[in-house]
Write a protein that binds this ligand. Structure first.
Ligand SMILES: NC(=O)c1ccc[n+]([C@@H]2O[C@H](COP(=O)([O-])OP(=O)(O)OC[C@H]3O[C@@H](n4cnc5c(N)ncnc54)[C@H](O)[C@@H]3O)[C@@H](O)[C@H]2O)c1
Ligand SMILES: O=C(O)C1=N[C@H](C(=O)O)CCC1
Length: 261
């Protein structure tokens, strides 16, 4: 049984992860953490009356035998949480987006120093992992690309972690270049979206959406559109489960679920 702590358990993804871990035959939920929690045990919540899982609402109070730390929290708390996990020999499985490149480098150095495996996955959905791989392949032949990501309107970070990762993967196979007309001007600021090495990224935030991405390629007289949709947060759970199962076999912090598939 893999002993699991879920950070951000009061949130949308944290709650979905708690249910998945409780239902999984090979996982044991040993702790949950969220600064918004006021209860001492998860069983104070009627939905989890049959459980016996300690609740923590401050990092300093956490006392656990957890082997894996699943993090679905906030862009401004994930770095501290991941540092805490690595320092305590707990493998972080990080779904929270918004980590800066220098923070990822620092966490990778810490993981190496401690010999602890960990994963940062911008997206745990298999459709998104495949979309990123297909987009990287397509960009070898169609280097003019724009990315449109669409999310629910409670999302804090823009562009999404998936969109940034898609752009990074495309940038590995594509010469950076400015797209559009050389003299184009925005008559309304932001009209052309964010710029990643000449690729434009557009972020849509609307109620009713969950998580969706389109990568648009244009060539001479032709176009290709690749799209994926997460209609429900359950779409992320098989990826989270794979990461929990496999991560303790590693001694480094990796980026991307594809590293474990
Ligand atoms: N990688 C993926 O596949 C994937 C999928 C969905 C969401 N996400 C990301 O997961 C994160 C959470 O998304 P959400 O929709 O569940 O958000 P949410 O706002 O519903 O939940 C976040 C929870 O984190 C808690 N929290 C705040 N600070 C904390 C801290 N320091 N430690 C522990 N918990 C803390 C909040 O109280 C809240 O309950 C976001 O960054 C989002 O982009 C990633
Ligand atoms: O709901 C979110 O927020 C999501 N964030 C991730 C991202 O930023 O790419 C993945 C999909 C859901």
């Amino acid at each position: 049984m893999v002993k699991v702590l879920v950070a951000g358990f009061k949130g949308r993804m944290g709650n979905t992860t708690v249910q998945m871990v409780l239902e999984h035959a090979d996982f044991e939920l040993v702790a949950v953490y969220d600064p918004m929690a006021s209860e001492k045990n998860l069983n104070e919540n009627p939905a989890y009356a049959q459980t016996d899982v300690p609740v923590f609402n401050q990092l300093v109070d956490i006392d656990t035998k957890a082997e894996v730390w699943v993090d679905f929290t906030r862009p401004d708390s994930v770095f501290e949480n991941a540092q805490y996990a690595l320092q305590h020999g707990i493998s972080p499985v990080i779904g929270t987006t918004g980590l800066q490149d220098d923070q990822v480098i620092q966490l990778q150095a810490l993981a190496k120093q401690k010999g602890v495996g960990g994963l940062i996955a911008p997206n745990f959905g298999i459709s998104a992992v495949l979309l990123m791989q297909f987009a990287q392949k397509a960009a070898q032949y169609l280097p003019d690309v724009e990315i449109i990501e669409m999310h629910h309107d409670n999302k804090l970070d823009a562009p999404s972690g998936t969109a940034i990762n898609t752009a990074k993967m495309i940038a590995e196979v594509r010469q950076a270049h400015k797209q559009g007309h050389p003299e184009e001007k925005e008559t309304l600021a932001g009209a052309r979206g964010a710029d990643y090495e000449g690729m434009r990224i557009h972020a849509v935030r609307l109620p009713g959406y969950v998580a969706h991405e389109q990568v648009l390629f244009g060539g001479k007289g032709e176009a290709l559109t690749i799209r994926q949709d997460s209609f429900d947060r359950i779409s992320f759970m098989s990826g989270v489960a794979v990461a929990i199962e496999k991560i303790r076999a590693y001694q480094e912090l990796m980026v991307g679920l594809e590293n474990l598939l």
